[in-house]
Design a protein around this ligand. Structure first.
Ligand code: I22
Ligand code: ZN
Length: 193
């Protein structure tokens, strides 16, 4: 068992090293997109399934409450949390509409959709991106593998942060690191000390 633990740790470290080698320019563009939107008083809507739903909530909490420094709460909402809304949309429309309907209801021009999917192929995340784009909302997509359908759906002005791994767990582990980098960049830019 210890040997398997060691392999998991080593695989996680290797995934982060590969991300470090490849992802910093795109991470800078992603941070800029969020910072400009927040500076202009826009809000962030965040969605994803399973572990990525947890990541969406984790990130929204770090912005709306706080990350590492004392500062005002920032407007970020996870679209994964309201069971009444989620069950109504799933029941009355479809699971595919779960996030898209909320983006249509809550998103306004200039707000950002942060869409998280390790495969890049979750239909409900893809539909949310389509609605955001139709509403002139910039999209920041967290993906993995080959970026899937999401990579093909993004416009020039959107940003994709694609983790160079094919393993869901490793991609998720890097996604969390990227989210913490974004929290730090937002605090540093909007609330310098
Ligand atoms: O956390 C894990 C696996 O590590 C799972 O819950 C995983 O997030 C779920 O299978 C998701 O439905 C996968 O969706 P996606 O990342 O491909 O969009
Ligand atoms: Zn997981």
């Amino acid at each position: 068992m210890q040997q398997r633990f060691r392999q998991q740790f080593e695989a996680s470290i290797a995934a982060k090293q590969a991300a470090l080698a490849q992802m910093l320019p795109a991470l800078g563009r992603g941070a800029q997109l969020l910072i400009e939107a927040l500076r202009a008083d826009h809000k962030l809507l965040v969605c994803g399934n399973g572990g990525s739903a947890a990541d969406a909530q984790h990130f929204a909490a770090e912005l709306s409450c706080r990350f590492e420094r004392e500062r005002p709460g920032l407007p970020a909402l996870a679209l994964t949390v309201d069971t009444s809304t989620l069950t109504a949309i799933g029941n009355d429309y479809s699971f595919e509409q779960l996030f898209a309907r909320q983006v249509q209801a809550l998103g306004r021009r200039g707000d950002v959709l942060l869409a998280i999917s390790t495969s890049g192929n979750s239909p409900n995340v893809l539909k949310a991106i389509e609605v955001a784009q139709a509403q002139q909302m910039p999209v920041l997509a967290f993906t993995g593998r080959d970026g899937g359908q999401i990579a093909r759906q993004l416009r020039e002005s959107d940003v994709e942060l694609r983790v160079p791994s094919r393993v869901t767990a490793r991609i998720q582990e890097v996604h969390i690191l990227l989210l913490h980098c974004l929290c730090d960049a937002i605090d540093q830019s909007l609330f310098p000390q």
